[in-house]
Ligand binder design. Structure first.
Ligand code: SF4
Length: 378
């Protein structure tokens, strides 16, 4: 990673409906909202463009929401503006897609716009589980969408999969995992369902928790996933990310390594000059601020030394290769002695960390208890 390399995240907030477990900022995909969004995005682009001077963009990620719900004319306009800046020749350009939106015209447009990676919100290959999640696609639609994208020339395909779902069983999970054998994907992100505040699932938490697999079932399900994926040739390179043929997500790796990034769109996060900030999670306010040529920032935080280092360290620890202490200190400055003493305790007593020369990394047990590791270190 060199000093001038950066990433861009574009939050496209549109969805055809809100999934009951989703805590992202989304709004209906109405034409009038989309038009207003495009105007606001172009204003935000102008406002932030001085920050891009002397920077090289090495990854661009269109997330959401559902970017593929955006009108292709608007998407084309946005991409043209972005690509007019200093973008690396081999820039990773990812777009998230829902399987039900995939069709030949969309795939051709994505190719023409230089997208070279698609991340599908597959979530499960069991139709009953997809219904429980309130998703708008079937397992068959996911399979068809992935195959169509591959045949259209996208060879860097990723999917999201979820476990700990209502009515999911070890046997249905195994079938979902087995489905992966036949799919031309290179990357997979594995998440467990969480009951986030302000979601329908959170309101129904008590009722739903009776339907999700017990903790005694979940641990073997996760272990089975890790083992099956390994056997299929997927390398676990981060706690929840797996890749074949080293097709690591360049964009997400930037989050874990502390690469600066700018976020565009309502609720989008930014990490810039050691400051974390996010845009307003309110559509009209976001648009109004930009119309008035004001930064649409809703939250901002700049951690003081040494907490800024602790946070960078703990995030980087999510990578399976861990943190090279010497390289980390060269880049960010020396870590306080008491912090390294805590690391030592986590190696010797808890066995959550391990050491190989200058490199500290999570053990298998540490991956399971990552939240506790982070709580000890931050
Ligand atoms: S499609 Fe994705 S972003 Fe949209 S509501 Fe569902 S989970 Fe949230």
């Amino acid at each position: 990673m060199t000093g001038n390399q950066i990433s861009l995240y574009i939050h496209i907030p549109f969805c055809s409906k809100k999934c009951p477990y989703c805590h992202f900022f989304v709004i209906p995909d109405k034409e009038s909202f989309q038009r207003k969004f495009l105007v606001a995005f172009l204003q935000e682009w102008q406002l932030k463009s001085p920050l891009l001077k002397d920077k090289q963009i090495i990854s661009i990620y269109f997330g959401g929401g559902t970017p593929t719900r955006l009108s292709l004319a608007y998407l084309t306009k946005m991409v043209a503006v972005i690509l007019s800046s200093k973008v690396a020749a081999n820039c990773e350009m990812t777009i998230e897609a829902n399987p039900e939106d995939i069709n030949p015209e969309l795939l051709q447009t994505l190719k023409d716009l230089s997208f070279n990676r698609i991340s599908f919100g597959a979530q499960s290959f069991n139709d009953n589980e997809l219904i429980s999640l309130g998703r708008g696609h079937t397992a068959k639609q996911s399979i068809n969408a992935i195959q169509a994208a591959y045949l259209a020339g996208f060879d860097n395909l990723s999917i999201d999969l979820m476990f700990e779902l209502p009515n999911q069983t070890p046997s249905s999970w195994r079938k979902t995992l087995n489905q992966l054998r036949d799919l031309p994907i290179k990357h997979l992100s594995l998440y467990n369902l969480t009951f986030e505040q302000h979601t329908v699932f959170h309101q129904k938490k008590q009722q739903l928790q009776k339907l999700v697999p017990s903790p005694e079932e979940c641990l073997p399900m996760l272990q089975e996933a890790v083992e099956s994926l390994k056997e299929m040739g997927f390398e676990r390179y981060e706690i929840s990310a797996f890749a074949k043929s080293k097709a690591y997500s360049l964009h997400n790796t930037g989050y874990w390594l502390g690469r600066p990034f700018l976020g565009y769109g309502p609720s989008a996060f930014n990490y810039w000059e050691k400051r974390r900030f996010s845009n307003l999670s309110h559509f009209n306010q976001y648009c109004n601020f930009l119309e008035a040529q004001q930064d649409p920032v809703g939250f901002s935080e700049q951690l003081a030394f040494p907490h800024n280092l602790y946070e960078l360290f703990v995030i980087q620890l999510r990578l399976c290769e861990g943190v090279n202490i010497v390289a980390f200190e060269q880049m960010h400055g020396p870590l306080p002695g008491d912090f390294l003493e805590i690391c030592e305790r986590l190696i010797v007593k808890e066995k959550w960390l391990s050491r190989d020369k200058d490199r500290l990394f999570l053990t298998d047990k540490g991956m399971l208890f990552y939240d506790s590791v982070a709580a000890e270190l931050i």
